[in-house]
Every structure is written in structure tokens, then in C-alpha cells.
Design a protein around this ligand. Structure first.
Ligand code: C2E
Ligand code: MG
Ligand code: MG
Ligand code: MG
Length: 292
């Protein structure tokens, strides 16, 4: 057996790794030009208050329509952007675009709307990050209180001190910090203790399994309780069914986000969608759902 392995030599080599490598090398030059070629845009997904039914905020989600490769999901290119450092200019573009859009919506009368932007640790750890954020807020006239930065724990743990310092500074400016994909990593609880977090987002994997699997349901309930005991707002991600929404409501979860309300939309569609929401009738949103 060992002979076979050593003769083959490739036995240990995962072909998907090779494919990824090749794909990455192909993709990098294209990604490098994505901003200047205008190939990036944002989609917005509503975040809804469970008890009142109103839209509280939107999450900005990046899309890349590559000339050569067509539409690519962020899961395909964000890791590449992170490993090449391209996430720094891309992340800055996202923040500026999202804040510019939010400013427009505030001017159009959606004054309470918040904007949640995903931030990579690679961005966060740059010396210039706080300055970048401050500049963009000043440029666009968006209040720090209207901005939420979503961070995941991955990568944060190798320099908790620095991350804590930066998040602390952003938080004291009034910017909200949300812990994204909560429960999927190993350090979630440590982070809650160390970081100035004000919101946790329960990962979609738990929400989508909670109807069929007791463990997921327990994790969801316990996370909501934990969040509340720590004085945090909790949002359920990836809510797709009214039963999931009911479950979150029974557990007093504050907010929900997911296909049940809407998939991520372009800015015009989002406005139309918000106009179609009847906030006086939170009879657990079937009509909002039906219109989607
Ligand atoms: P995330 O921040 O956890 O965003 C939620 C993802 O779940 C989004 O995928 C969204 O479209 C999807 N989603 C929301 N509701 C549902 C649902 O009910 N069912 C299902 N099946 N999916 C749902 P998307 O847009 O493909 O983004 C994937 C990830 O890429 C994001 O996860 C985030 O980690 C990253 N990402 C997206 N935009 C940015 C960005 O501008 N900067 C950075 N650094 N990362 C980003
Ligand atoms: Mg997010
Ligand atoms: Mg998430
Ligand atoms: Mg994610």
C-alpha cells in the first residue's frame, strides 16, 4: 500500500486544491481590474424587526460580473481577494458605495435605515482602516450610528489584542459591530467577552436545520438567550420559512434576514420592496412574503 502511494505520489494531492490553485492564478489578474472596469456592484438584503415588521437595515453583499468569467459569488473571490491583499481596495470600494447609497436613501426619507457592511480581518488589521472609515463617513455624510460592520471570527484570533483595539475605536465612534456567522467557529464565546460587539448573527446553518434537528434548535435558543444576557441584539440569518420565523419570534430574537423576506436585491428593487411592506400589519408577514 505504501508503495502504491509513493509511486503514485498524487495520492495525497487533492485535485480540488490544484483546481483552486489554477483558477486562482487565472482569476487574480481579472480581479485586479474589476474595480476600474466597473465590474463590481452591490446587492442589498433587508434585515427585518421580528416584532414590529419594519425594515431595520440592509446588508450590502458584493457581486462580481467578470468580463471573462461571468458572474462570480463572493465565496469564490473574497478568499482570493484576502490572500492577495486586493480586499483592501475592494473593501474600500464596498464601504464607499454602500455609504453613498445609504446617504441617498436617508435623503429620500428612509432616515432610520442602517447599512451593514461585511469587513474582512485583512482590512480591519490595516493601519489605515479607521481613517478610511472616517473619511468615507465624512465624504458621504452618513452618521456612524447608521453603519454596522459585520466581522467574522476567522483570522481575528491570531491577533485579538489588535482587533479589539480597532473594533473598540470604531465602536466608540458609534459604529455598530456585528459578529457574523455566529457559532461556526471555535472562538465565538471568547470574542463575545473581548469585543465591543452589539449584535450577533446566528449562522444560517443553525437556522435552516432547527426545524428538523433538535441540536440546531437548542443552539439557536441558547444563542439568543446568551446574546440577551450579554445585552446584545440577535439576528437570525438565512430565514426561509414562516416556521423558522415563528421559532425566532417565540425565542424573542430581535431581527431576521433571509429569503423568506427577500433575496439580495439591487437598490431600485429594494426601495420598491420597502414601499410594498405594510409595517402596520406584522401578522407574520405572509403578504410581504407572497409579493416576493
Ligand atoms: P454573509 O455575510 O454571512 O452573508 C449572508 C449570505 O447568505 C449571503 O450570500 C446571502 O445572499 C445568503 N443568504 C441570505 N439569506 C439566505 C437564505 O435565506 N438562504 C440562503 N440559502 N442564503 C441566504 P452571498 O451574498 O453569496 O455572500 C456570501 C459571503 O461572502 C457573505 O456571507 C460574506 O461572508 C462574504 N461577502 C459578501 N459580500 C462581501 C463584502 O462586501 N466584503 C467581504 N469581505 N465579504 C463579503
Ligand atoms: Mg454578513
Ligand atoms: Mg453570515
Ligand atoms: Mg459568511
Amino acid at each position: 500500500r505504501s508503495k502504491e502511494v509513493s509511486r503514485g505520489g498524487y495520492e495525497f494531492f487533492d485535485h480540488s486544491i490544484l483546481e483552486n490553485l489554477l483558477r486562482t492564478r487565472e482569476l487574480e489578474p481579472a480581479l485586479r481590474q474589476a474595480i476600474t472596469r466597473n465590474e463590481l456592484h452591490l446587492m442589498y438584503q433587508p434585515q427585518v424587526c421580528i416584532s414590529g415588521g419594519e425594515v431595520v437595515g440592509v446588508e450590502a453583499l458584493i457581486r462580481w460580473e467578470s468580463r471573462e468569467k461571468g458572474a462570480l459569488s463572493p465565496n469564490e473571490f473574497i478568499p482570493l481577494a484576502e490572500s492577495t491583499g486586493l480586499i483592501v481596495p475592494i473593501g474600500e470600494w464596498v464601504l464607499r458605495e454602500a455609504c453613498t447609497q445609504l446617504r441617498e436613501w436617508h435623503d429620500e426619507g428612509w432616515t432610520e435605515l442602517k447599512m451593514a457592511v461585511n469587513v474582512s480581518v485583512v482590512q480591519l488589521k490595516r493601519e489605515s482602516f479607521i481613517e478610511t472609515v472616517t473619511t468615507i463617513l465624512n465624504e458621504t455624510g452618513v452618521s456612524p450610528r447608521s453603519l454596522v460592520l459585520e466581522v467574522t471570527e476567522s483570522g481575528i484570533m491570531d491577533n485579538v489584542e489588535r482587533a479589539t483595539q480597532i473594533l473598540g475605536a470604531l465602536s466608540s465612534m458609534g459604529i455598530g459591530i456585528a459578529l457574523d456567522d455566529f457559532g461556526t467557529g471555535f472562538a465565538s464565546l471568547t470574542l463575545l467577552k473581548e469585543f465591543p460587539v452589539e449584535q450577533i448573527k446566528i449562522d444560517r446553518s443553525f437556522v435552516s436545520n432547527m426545524e428538523t434537528d433538535v441540536e440546531s434548535a437548542t443552539i439557536v435558543s441558547a444563542t439568543i438567550m446568551l446574546g440577551h444576557k450579554l445585552g446584545l441584539r440577535v439576528i437570525g440569518e438565512g430565514v426561509e420559512t414562516t416556521r423558522q420565523l415563528e421559532f425566532l419570534r417565540n425565542e424573542d430574537c430581535e431581527e431576521a434576514q433571509g429569503y423568506l423576506f427577500s433575496k439580495p436585491m439591487c437598490s431600485d428593487d429594494l426601495v420598491e420592496w420597502m414601499q410594498g411592506c405594510d409595517t402596520n400589519k406584522p401578522a407574520y408577514f405572509p403578504e410581504v412574503v407572497a409579493s416576493q
